[in-house]
Write a protein that binds this ligand. Structure first.
Ligand code: GLN
Ligand code: ZN
Length: 770
């Protein structure tokens, strides 16, 4: 048998959504019933074809397994689950006799339907991508149930390519799964590894049969320390899984990639199993000190997580050191490129100078190709490209706006007092007197439904079809409507509804110095949902007040307190592409100071409650425990810097959502916000016992309405949720609110739900006082 060599240069994956979000459009058209399953398949096959051709043109070897076959209609974890037949019982009727699912069935797992909840969705490592959480039962029947990956490899072969199939590996698949609801206590999906492995072995044999010479098994869960399974069990699973797969008779060569950090003690274990190549994330992780092997090491030196052109000389230097660890070294990206947009050349409205500092997916592929040439032919062969990258770095470092003296001087003079407010007990009394709110105050998280009308008005203003005055009047009309509605419903703290915001981060990025917006820089957030992060490239400051006019206009419409609404520094960083030339702490403090000015102006204009949203606080938590204290220190510090300048009488709120908060409860406490609203309805207030046990002393609003679903919670249901909260937490601390903003909901269900929330609160208040 010939011994296929690993390609010298490769990438772990590429954006799947399409340069102009073609896949999003096709998938949504299929959901809407305007195209058929066959048409969607055709469209997807065309996109895959274009992708392969593009990657070959950018310098990946078309016939040597360098091009990853890593397409997905929705999510790669769902794909792996479906491939091995792990379909939860409640979807059993969607499965055909041969075990397969059609596309409609596949999407039903992802999105649910009128009588079935979808798979849960959660964040993929420390990124803003969300994957679907497979559910594994003690009796889940594993089978090779989908031939999709085989078909895609065959499709590539037919068009003259030899690509490298990519699938989530067995250990990560089980580590990221949850036990199905029917499973007995203590059951762990990882306990099913031995039943799952034969299906992977069968898949590898089948991939060989369709011509695959290499397969990529993604095992990022091995780098994470946030997984709730003893490390010895994880290492044992790695050993069992890969010893068995490596010993299979018919298989492609196995490349195990481990993005998002260091493999640590899993590296020698994995290496001893006999896999053929191991991918190391050398952007996040470090070189494996003291480790030597004959196994091919694939150095992930081109950062897949940021959009900067980076330092090619340093990257090549790292590869040269990697050669001391193995005689066979190849180069790749540190992660799949699906975290970054397609192509800088699509951003013609960005200053040309700035484009020279950037590398999106296509530019990163070209960098990999350059480094591969350097590995093959020596450093001298790539001098031109390396020097150009070095020059771009120097150009960026010296450009106007990257370092602004005034911003830096202000940050340099900060002292502990800038991060601290007065005693909470004193604040609480002053705020109670100033605001006069009832027991169990009701409020919302900020946004109201974003109707087609609102979106069209914003778009026509952005295009220049609508005058500034016309736009302001349209938004004010919307605010009038939303305020009147809240008054009619009887909510206690009023919001303006955020109609002027397309996105809670982009809105602030557009109004702060130091940010640039892209035109086509979309990245997948989940399924067909994409976001377009701004680029934080320079020192951040606030040229003018941003939200003050909207908030004061709103306060003028009502006697009730209006809550000013801002996005916090950590979330602004998490959902932007952030400069990599200084510590995140410094960048966060600059954003915090800009927000501090905004808060001072809101306060000066008579706004007595200001909410600073930090839904991404948990998301940025580093995967490695040793990195967590520093992160929590600067992230909490930035929030405090933004908020600590206010008078004791001004009430600061924050809002968190999207994840379990047990781990960061202490950090939430240290934010020192007067009131924290937190997502809780879906889990029936799971967070409440933690909050109670921690003795959390300040205001807390565990969400009583799951806004991720159109379902209207009944009055009794909301009463029971409030009862859970006041059963554990002193009732004077409890606020009543939905889980999150209402912008994705329709008006009908929103109005009914809020009505029920107000009615439930009234009932509980009456019971308490009566
Ligand atoms: N204030 C924002 C809103 O209501 C918060 C959104 C969020 O937490 N993701 O839309
Ligand atoms: Zn939220």
């Amino acid at each position: 048998m010939t011994d296929p060599q690993f390609p010298v240069g490769t990438i772990l994956g590429y954006p799947r959504i399409g340069r102009r979000r073609e896949l999003k459009r096709a998938v949504e058209a299929f959901w809407a019933g305007t195209i058929t399953e066959g048409e969607l398949e055709t469209r997807a096959a065309e996109l895959r074809g274009e992708m392969r051709a593009r990657l070959a043109a950018l310098g990946l070897d078309a016939t040597n397994s360098a091009i990853p076959e890593a397409f997905s209609f929705y999510d790669q974890v769902l794909d792996a689950a479906v491939t091995v037949g792990a379909v939860p019982e409640r979807f059993a009727d969607l499965v055909a006799a041969d075990g397969s699912l059609d596309l409609a069935g596949y999407f039903t797992l992802a999105r649910g339907d009128s009588d079935r909840a979808p798979l849960e969705m959660t964040k993929w490592f420390d990124s803003n991508y969300h994957y679907l959480v497979p559910e594994i039962a003690p009796d889940t029947q594993f089978d090779l149930a989908s031939v999709r990956l085989l078909r895609e490899v065959a499709e590539a072969t037919v068009s003259g390519y030899r690509t490298r199939p990519v699938i989530v590996g067995p250990v990560t698949l089980l580590l990221l799964s949850k036990a199905s609801e029917s499973a007995p206590d203590g059951f762990r999906p990882l306990d099913r590894l031995d039943d799952l492995l034969p299906v992977y072995a069968e898949l590898l044999a089948a991939l060989t049969a369709v011509g695959a010479e290499w397969v990529q098994l993604d095992e990022p869960a091995l780098v994470s320390e946030s997984i709730d399974i003893p490390r010895t069990d994880v290492l044992g699973a790695v050993d069992r899984a890969y010893s068995l797969l490596a010993a299979s008779e018919v298989r492609p060569r196995i490349f195990v990639s481990a993005a998002y950090g260091d493999l640590g003690d899993a590296l020698p274990v994995l290496d001893a199993t006999g896999v053929d190549a191991i991918g190391l994330d050398l952007a996040r992780g470090s070189l494996p000190e003291g480790f030597r092997t004959e196994t091919i090491l694939v150095g992930g030196v081109v950062d897949g997580r940021n959009i900067w052109r980076g330092d090619l000389a340093a990257a090549f230097g790292t590869l040269e050191v990697l050669r001391e660890h193995s005689p066979s070294v190849a180069v790749s990206t540190s992660t799949s490129l699906f975290h970054v947009p397609h192509d800088v050349d699509d951003e013609q409205q960005l200053p040309q100078r700035m484009r020279g500092w950037l590398a999106f997916a296509d530019q990163k592929v070209a960098q990999v190709a350059t480094l591969a040439r350097g590995l093959a032919e020596g450093r001298a062969a790539i001098t031109t490209e390396v020097d150009a990258a070095t020059a771009a770095l120097a150009d960026r470092a010296s450009a106007d706006g990257v370092r602004v003296d005034a911003v830096r001087q202000r940050a340099a003079t900060l002292g502990p007092a800038d991060f601290a407010r007065g005693d909470y007990a004193v604040r609480a009394d002053l705020q109670a007197a100033a605001l006069g709110l009832p027991l169990l105050p009701t409020t919302t998280i900020g946004s109201f439904p974003q109707t087609g009308d609102i979106r069209r008005t914003r778009a026509s203003f952005a295009r220049g079809d609508l005058s500034e005055a016309g736009y302001t009047e349209a938004m004010r009309d919307e605010i009038r409507r939303v305020v009147a509605l809240q008054e009619e419903l009887g909510l206690d703290v009023i919001v303006h509804g955020e109609p002027e915001r397309n996105d809670m981060v982009q809105y602030f990025a557009e109004n702060l110095d130091g940010f640039a917006a892209t035109q086509h820089g979309w990245v997948q957030s989940y399924g067909s949902r994409c976001t377009r992060p701004s680029i934080l490239w320079g020192d951040v400051s606030r040229p003018a007040p941003i939200t003050v006019d909207w908030s004061t206009f709103t306060q003028g419409l009502t006697d009730k307190p209006v809550k000013g609404m801002l996005t916090g520094p950590v979330t602004i960083l998490a959902w932007s592409f952030v400069r990599d030339d200084q510590p995140l702490r410094d960048t966060a403090n600059q954003v915090a100071l800009a927000l501090r000015d905004e808060i001072a102006d809101l306060e000066g204009a008579g706004i007595r409650i200001i909410q600073v949203d930090e839904p991404a606080l948990r998301e940025l938590l580093p995967l490695r425990r040793q990195d967590q204290p520093d992160y929590l220190d600067w992230s909490v510090g930035a929030f405090r810097l933004a908020t600590a300048g206010v008078d004791d009488r001004t009430q600061i709120h924050t809002h968190l959502c999207y994840s379990e908060f047990g781990v960061v409860l202490d950090a939430i406490d240290r934010l020192d916000a007067d009131v924290t609203s937190i997502e809780a309805a879906r889990s029936r207030m799971e967070v409440v016992p933690d909050v109670a046990a921690a003795g959390f002393p300040r205001g807390i609003g565990p969400g009583v309405y799951d806004i991720h679903s159109p379902r209207v919670p009944g009055v009794d249901e909301v009463v029971s949720l409030i009862d859970i909260a006041i059963g554990a937490i002193p009732e004077r601390q409890v606020w009543v609110n939905p889980d999150c903003g209402l912008k994705t909901r329709g008006y009908d269900e929103t109005v009914q739900s809020l009505r029920n929330i107000v009615a439930a609160t009234a009932a509980v208040r009456e019971r308490i006082s009566g």
